[in-house]
Each structure stands twice: as structure tokens, then as C-alpha cells.
Design a binder for this molecule. Structure first.
Ligand code: ZN
Length: 177
């Protein structure tokens, strides 16, 4: 049974560790970790969560885009576990977009990311997957991938002027500016 697990926050040194490769995906503890992450990200109105955010230092994250109160315009998809992921190619085009993080509550930032990426990962059944991701889903992937290397979105801001509060962000979305 999936459990909701506490999300660690900025300042916790475990968020800054480089995560380890997963060797045995079929192991029960890894499968349970995937279920717990999927349940936790849904409950928190996130669109993605990485294992290091619950203090499990493994190269695994969930991409789970769907419209929710924190991201009203997010596209809908099935929550997908991506294990030992890699970015194998990327566009030259970089776009800035708003991001938040369950480990950095109350803050949003305008983060530059590649517009398109080609990725490779192992799924929860142990099958290798290759995909091309664009726009918001590519953004989620790059954000979560950073967590595996101990990087948080605020590290990627070009200026502290690109950082705003959640309240200010919600007002901008409602006013569509
Ligand atoms: Zn995050």
C-alpha cells in the first residue's frame, strides 16, 4: 500500500547529495518507493517529485503533469516513474518559464530550460524507454533530473529578480499576465 511520505525542504543537506543508480528495479523496496512518490506528489499538487526529495538518494523521479491548483495550465498525463534517467540530446533553444518546488514552498522562479530534450530512462517494469519531450514536460524532466544531482531550481535563476512569492504568482496566473 502506498504511503504519503514527508518531503524534505531546502536547507536539508540530503537535498544536495548526488543520488545513486538503481540496480534492481524489481526489488520490492524500489517498487514501494515508486508507489509512495506517486501518492505523495498527487496529494501535494505537484507535477513531479524526485526520490531525493523524500530523503531517498536514488536516481528515480515521477513526472505526473496534470492541471491542479498549483499548476492550473499543466497538460494531463499518466504519472510515470523514470529510473536512471539521462538527457541524450537537447535543443539549442532555451526558454524561461515559471517553476516551483515542493521542497522550496512559497517561492516561484523564472528558470531557463531547454525547449526540447531527448531522454532515456528505465520504466518501473525494467523496460528501456526513449522519448522526445518538449515545453512543460521537458521542463519538469529537467527540474527533476537536477534533484538527482543535488541541484535546486533557485540555483538556475539568472537573477534574484526572477524570483517571486507563491501569492504573487497565483495573482499573475489569475490575471493572466
Ligand atoms: Zn523540485
Amino acid at each position: 500500500m502506498a504511503e504519503l511520505v514527508p518531503i524534505i525542504q531546502l536547507g536539508n543537506p540530503r537535498l544536495r547529495q548526488k543520488a545513486s543508480l538503481i540496480e534492481d528495479i524489481q526489488e520490492q523496496s524500489i517498487q514501494k518507493l515508486i508507489d509512495d512518490l506517486i501518492a505523495t506528489v498527487a496529494q501535494a499538487n505537484g507535477v513531479g517529485i524526485a526520490a531525493p526529495q523524500i530523503a531517498e538518494s536514488y536516481r528515480l523521479f515521477i513526472v505526473a503533469s496534470r492541471p491542479n491548483p498549483r499548476y492550473p495550465n499543466a497538460p494531463q498525463m499518466e504519472p510515470t516513474a523514470m529510473i536512471n534517467p539521462k538527457i541524450i540530446a537537447h535543443s539549442t533553444e532555451v526558454v524561461k518559464g515559471w517553476e516551483g518546488c515542493l521542497s522550496v514552498p512559497g517561492i516561484r522562479g523564472l528558470v531557463p530550460r531547454y525547449q526540447a530534450i531527448a531522454v532515456e530512462y528505465t520504466d518501473r517494469n525494467g523496460k528501456m524507454q526513449q522519448q522526445e519531450l518538449t515545453d512543460f514536460i521537458a521542463r519538469i524532466f529537467q527540474h527533476e533530473y537536477d534533484h538527482l544531482d543535488g541541484i535546486v531550481f533557485v540555483d538556475r535563476l539568472e537573477s534574484t529578480y526572477d524570483m517571486i512569492t507563491e501569492q504573487e504568482y497565483q495573482q499573475r496566473i489569475l490575471n493572466n499576465t
